[in-house]
Design a protein around this ligand. Structure first.
Ligand SMILES: N[C@@H](CCC(=O)N[C@@H](CS)C(=O)NCC(=O)O)C(=O)O
Length: 236
Protein backbone atom coordinates (compact mmCIF):
# COMPACT_ATOMS: atom_id res chain seq x y z
CA UNK A 1 0.00 0.00 0.00
CA UNK A 2 1.33 3.44 -0.89
CA UNK A 3 1.78 5.69 2.10
CA UNK A 4 3.87 8.33 0.38
CA UNK A 5 4.02 10.64 3.29
CA UNK A 6 6.71 12.83 4.76
CA UNK A 7 6.47 14.11 8.33
CA UNK A 8 5.44 17.70 7.76
CA UNK A 9 6.12 20.79 9.84
CA UNK A 10 2.66 22.31 10.01
CA UNK A 11 2.24 26.01 9.15
CA UNK A 12 1.06 28.42 11.87
CA UNK A 13 -2.63 29.18 12.29
CA UNK A 14 -3.88 32.47 10.79
CA UNK A 15 -6.31 34.68 12.69
CA UNK A 16 -8.02 38.06 12.29
CA UNK A 17 -4.67 39.83 12.61
CA UNK A 18 -3.00 37.82 9.85
CA UNK A 19 -2.38 39.04 6.33
CA UNK A 20 -4.14 37.23 3.52
CA UNK A 21 -1.92 34.98 1.45
CA UNK A 22 -1.93 36.08 -2.21
CA UNK A 23 -5.02 34.84 -4.02
CA UNK A 24 -4.86 33.19 -7.44
CA UNK A 25 -1.10 33.45 -7.78
CA UNK A 26 -0.91 29.92 -9.12
CA UNK A 27 -0.42 28.28 -5.72
CA UNK A 28 -2.96 25.63 -4.77
CA UNK A 29 -4.12 26.24 -1.21
CA UNK A 30 -6.21 24.14 1.13
CA UNK A 31 -7.87 26.29 3.80
CA UNK A 32 -8.47 24.22 6.91
CA UNK A 33 -8.82 24.33 10.64
CA UNK A 34 -6.62 21.76 12.34
CA UNK A 35 -9.53 20.67 14.52
CA UNK A 36 -12.24 20.44 11.82
CA UNK A 37 -13.27 16.89 10.84
CA UNK A 38 -14.59 18.04 7.46
CA UNK A 39 -11.28 19.70 6.62
CA UNK A 40 -9.45 16.64 7.92
CA UNK A 41 -11.00 14.55 5.14
CA UNK A 42 -9.32 16.66 2.47
CA UNK A 43 -6.11 16.97 4.46
CA UNK A 44 -5.81 13.16 4.70
CA UNK A 45 -6.50 12.83 0.95
CA UNK A 46 -3.78 15.38 0.15
CA UNK A 47 -1.28 13.64 2.44
CA UNK A 48 -2.03 10.15 1.20
CA UNK A 49 -1.54 11.19 -2.40
CA UNK A 50 1.79 12.79 -1.47
CA UNK A 51 0.65 16.30 -2.43
CA UNK A 52 2.29 18.18 0.45
CA UNK A 53 4.31 20.28 -2.02
CA UNK A 54 1.52 20.86 -4.54
CA UNK A 55 -1.24 21.76 -2.09
CA UNK A 56 -0.27 24.26 0.57
CA UNK A 57 -2.14 24.11 3.88
CA UNK A 58 -3.59 27.38 5.14
CA UNK A 59 -4.87 26.78 8.69
CA UNK A 60 -7.38 29.26 10.11
CA UNK A 61 -8.49 30.05 13.63
CA UNK A 62 -12.25 29.68 13.26
CA UNK A 63 -12.93 31.43 16.57
CA UNK A 64 -11.05 34.52 15.46
CA UNK A 65 -11.40 34.23 11.71
CA UNK A 66 -9.68 36.62 9.33
CA UNK A 67 -12.32 38.87 7.69
CA UNK A 68 -10.62 38.42 4.32
CA UNK A 69 -11.56 34.74 4.28
CA UNK A 70 -15.29 35.38 3.83
CA UNK A 71 -14.86 38.61 1.91
CA UNK A 72 -12.21 37.58 -0.59
CA UNK A 73 -11.63 33.84 -0.52
CA UNK A 74 -14.71 31.79 0.29
CA UNK A 75 -18.09 33.48 0.86
CA UNK A 76 -19.35 30.23 2.42
CA UNK A 77 -16.92 31.14 5.25
CA UNK A 78 -16.40 27.48 6.20
CA UNK A 79 -13.49 25.14 5.98
CA UNK A 80 -12.38 23.22 4.04
CA UNK A 81 -12.00 25.24 0.85
CA UNK A 82 -9.57 24.64 -1.97
CA UNK A 83 -8.04 27.38 -4.12
CA UNK A 84 -7.11 25.79 -7.44
CA UNK A 85 -7.00 26.97 -11.05
CA UNK A 86 -8.36 30.43 -10.21
CA UNK A 87 -11.37 29.07 -8.36
CA UNK A 88 -12.24 28.38 -4.74
CA UNK A 89 -14.39 25.36 -4.06
CA UNK A 90 -15.76 23.89 -0.85
CA UNK A 91 -17.64 20.91 0.62
CA UNK A 92 -15.45 18.14 1.95
CA UNK A 93 -17.11 15.22 0.18
CA UNK A 94 -16.85 16.99 -3.18
CA UNK A 95 -13.29 18.05 -2.42
CA UNK A 96 -11.93 14.58 -1.62
CA UNK A 97 -13.21 13.41 -5.02
CA UNK A 98 -11.88 16.54 -6.71
CA UNK A 99 -8.40 16.16 -5.21
CA UNK A 100 -8.37 12.47 -6.05
CA UNK A 101 -9.23 13.03 -9.70
CA UNK A 102 -7.34 16.26 -10.41
CA UNK A 103 -3.96 15.53 -8.84
CA UNK A 104 -1.31 12.83 -8.98
CA UNK A 105 -0.56 10.11 -6.47
CA UNK A 106 -2.31 6.81 -5.77
CA UNK A 107 -5.98 6.65 -6.74
CA UNK A 108 -8.41 6.55 -3.86
CA UNK A 109 -11.38 5.65 -6.01
CA UNK A 110 -12.57 2.11 -5.98
CA UNK A 111 -12.50 -0.01 -9.08
CA UNK A 112 -14.26 -3.22 -9.84
CA UNK A 113 -17.80 -4.51 -9.83
CA UNK A 114 -20.00 -3.28 -7.05
CA UNK A 115 -17.35 -1.11 -5.44
CA UNK A 116 -18.30 2.26 -6.91
CA UNK A 117 -21.99 1.86 -6.07
CA UNK A 118 -21.16 0.65 -2.58
CA UNK A 119 -18.77 3.59 -2.14
CA UNK A 120 -21.50 6.10 -3.03
CA UNK A 121 -23.96 4.37 -0.71
CA UNK A 122 -21.49 4.47 2.17
CA UNK A 123 -20.39 8.03 1.51
CA UNK A 124 -24.00 9.19 1.69
CA UNK A 125 -24.46 7.29 4.96
CA UNK A 126 -21.80 9.47 6.66
CA UNK A 127 -24.38 12.23 7.17
CA UNK A 128 -26.77 9.75 8.76
CA UNK A 129 -24.11 8.46 11.16
CA UNK A 130 -23.10 11.99 12.10
CA UNK A 131 -26.66 13.16 12.63
CA UNK A 132 -27.59 10.21 14.85
CA UNK A 133 -24.43 10.40 16.96
CA UNK A 134 -24.36 14.18 17.37
CA UNK A 135 -28.06 14.17 18.30
CA UNK A 136 -27.48 11.38 20.82
CA UNK A 137 -25.06 13.56 22.79
CA UNK A 138 -28.11 15.47 23.97
CA UNK A 139 -29.91 12.23 24.93
CA UNK A 140 -28.77 8.70 25.73
CA UNK A 141 -25.95 7.67 23.34
CA UNK A 142 -25.72 4.08 24.63
CA UNK A 143 -29.27 3.52 23.34
CA UNK A 144 -29.02 5.53 20.15
CA UNK A 145 -25.63 4.93 18.55
CA UNK A 146 -25.68 1.11 18.41
CA UNK A 147 -27.58 0.89 15.13
CA UNK A 148 -25.32 3.17 13.05
CA UNK A 149 -22.13 1.57 14.35
CA UNK A 150 -23.63 -1.88 13.61
CA UNK A 151 -24.30 -0.59 10.10
CA UNK A 152 -20.57 0.16 9.72
CA UNK A 153 -19.62 -3.22 11.18
CA UNK A 154 -21.85 -4.98 8.63
CA UNK A 155 -20.48 -2.85 5.78
CA UNK A 156 -16.93 -3.81 6.74
CA UNK A 157 -17.80 -7.47 6.10
CA UNK A 158 -18.61 -6.90 2.43
CA UNK A 159 -15.12 -6.97 0.86
CA UNK A 160 -12.58 -9.29 2.38
CA UNK A 161 -9.44 -8.35 0.42
CA UNK A 162 -8.41 -5.86 3.09
CA UNK A 163 -9.57 -4.29 6.36
CA UNK A 164 -11.13 -1.20 4.76
CA UNK A 165 -14.68 -0.54 3.55
CA UNK A 166 -13.84 -1.44 -0.04
CA UNK A 167 -11.07 -3.85 0.91
CA UNK A 168 -8.28 -1.43 0.07
CA UNK A 169 -7.96 2.07 1.56
CA UNK A 170 -10.23 4.55 -0.26
CA UNK A 171 -12.19 7.79 -0.07
CA UNK A 172 -14.85 5.94 1.91
CA UNK A 173 -12.47 5.39 4.83
CA UNK A 174 -11.40 9.02 4.56
CA UNK A 175 -15.01 10.22 4.68
CA UNK A 176 -15.64 8.37 7.96
CA UNK A 177 -12.48 8.36 10.00
CA UNK A 178 -12.39 11.99 11.22
CA UNK A 179 -15.85 11.56 12.72
CA UNK A 180 -15.41 8.02 14.03
CA UNK A 181 -12.16 9.19 15.67
CA UNK A 182 -14.03 11.92 17.56
CA UNK A 183 -17.04 9.74 18.40
CA UNK A 184 -14.79 7.02 19.80
CA UNK A 185 -12.99 9.49 22.08
CA UNK A 186 -16.07 11.33 23.30
CA UNK A 187 -18.34 8.32 23.77
CA UNK A 188 -15.64 6.51 25.70
CA UNK A 189 -14.54 9.44 27.86
CA UNK A 190 -17.93 10.85 28.76
CA UNK A 191 -20.34 7.96 28.33
CA UNK A 192 -18.02 4.96 28.93
CA UNK A 193 -19.31 3.55 25.64
CA UNK A 194 -16.80 1.55 23.60
CA UNK A 195 -17.78 1.69 19.92
CA UNK A 196 -15.54 -1.32 19.15
CA UNK A 197 -17.01 -3.67 21.80
CA UNK A 198 -18.64 -6.57 19.93
CA UNK A 199 -17.56 -4.99 16.61
CA UNK A 200 -14.30 -6.70 15.64
CA UNK A 201 -14.27 -5.38 12.07
CA UNK A 202 -14.64 -1.80 13.28
CA UNK A 203 -11.85 -2.38 15.83
CA UNK A 204 -9.55 -3.76 13.10
CA UNK A 205 -10.47 -0.91 10.74
CA UNK A 206 -9.46 1.72 13.31
CA UNK A 207 -6.27 -0.18 14.11
CA UNK A 208 -5.27 -0.33 10.43
CA UNK A 209 -6.04 3.34 9.88
CA UNK A 210 -3.79 4.21 12.78
CA UNK A 211 -0.90 2.70 10.82
CA UNK A 212 -1.39 5.14 7.94
CA UNK A 213 0.95 8.13 8.28
CA UNK A 214 -1.20 10.35 6.07
CA UNK A 215 -3.98 10.01 8.63
CA UNK A 216 -1.92 9.89 11.83
CA UNK A 217 -0.55 13.39 11.19
CA UNK A 218 -4.06 14.82 11.08
CA UNK A 219 -5.48 13.36 14.29
CA UNK A 220 -7.19 15.65 16.77
CA UNK A 221 -6.02 16.32 20.31
CA UNK A 222 -8.31 14.14 22.48
CA UNK A 223 -8.30 16.51 25.47
CA UNK A 224 -9.20 19.53 23.35
CA UNK A 225 -11.89 17.52 21.60
CA UNK A 226 -13.54 16.44 24.85
CA UNK A 227 -13.53 20.00 26.17
CA UNK A 228 -14.91 21.40 22.91
CA UNK A 229 -17.67 18.79 22.63
CA UNK A 230 -18.64 19.19 26.29
CA UNK A 231 -19.12 22.90 25.65
CA UNK A 232 -20.99 22.31 22.42
CA UNK A 233 -23.26 19.46 23.46
CA UNK A 234 -23.49 19.38 27.25
CA UNK A 235 -24.16 22.95 28.25
CA UNK A 236 -27.54 24.61 27.91
N1 LIG B 1 -20.64 20.63 4.64
C1 LIG B 1 -19.36 21.21 4.92
C2 LIG B 1 -19.24 21.50 6.40
C3 LIG B 1 -17.98 22.25 6.76
C4 LIG B 1 -18.07 22.83 8.17
O1 LIG B 1 -19.16 22.89 8.78
N2 LIG B 1 -16.92 23.28 8.69
C5 LIG B 1 -16.93 23.95 9.97
C6 LIG B 1 -15.71 23.64 10.81
S1 LIG B 1 -15.63 21.97 11.35
C7 LIG B 1 -16.88 25.45 9.74
O2 LIG B 1 -16.19 25.93 8.88
N3 LIG B 1 -17.62 26.19 10.55
C8 LIG B 1 -17.58 27.62 10.52
C9 LIG B 1 -18.91 28.22 10.42
O3 LIG B 1 -19.90 27.51 10.25
O4 LIG B 1 -19.00 29.44 10.54
C10 LIG B 1 -18.27 20.27 4.42
O5 LIG B 1 -18.51 19.05 4.33
O6 LIG B 1 -17.18 20.74 4.05
Amino acid sequence: MATTCVEEVLPPVLDSTSDQPPLFDGTTRLYVSYSCPFAQRVWITRNYKGLQEQIKLVPLNLHNRPAWYKEKVYPGNKVPALEHNNKVIGESLDLIKYVDSNFGGPSLCPDGPGRREFAEELISYTDTLNRIVFTSFKGDPAKEVGAPFDHLETALHKFDDGPFFLGQFSLVDIAYIPFVERFQIFLSEVWKYDITAGRPKLAAWIEELNKIGAYKQTKCDPKELVEAYKKLFMTQ
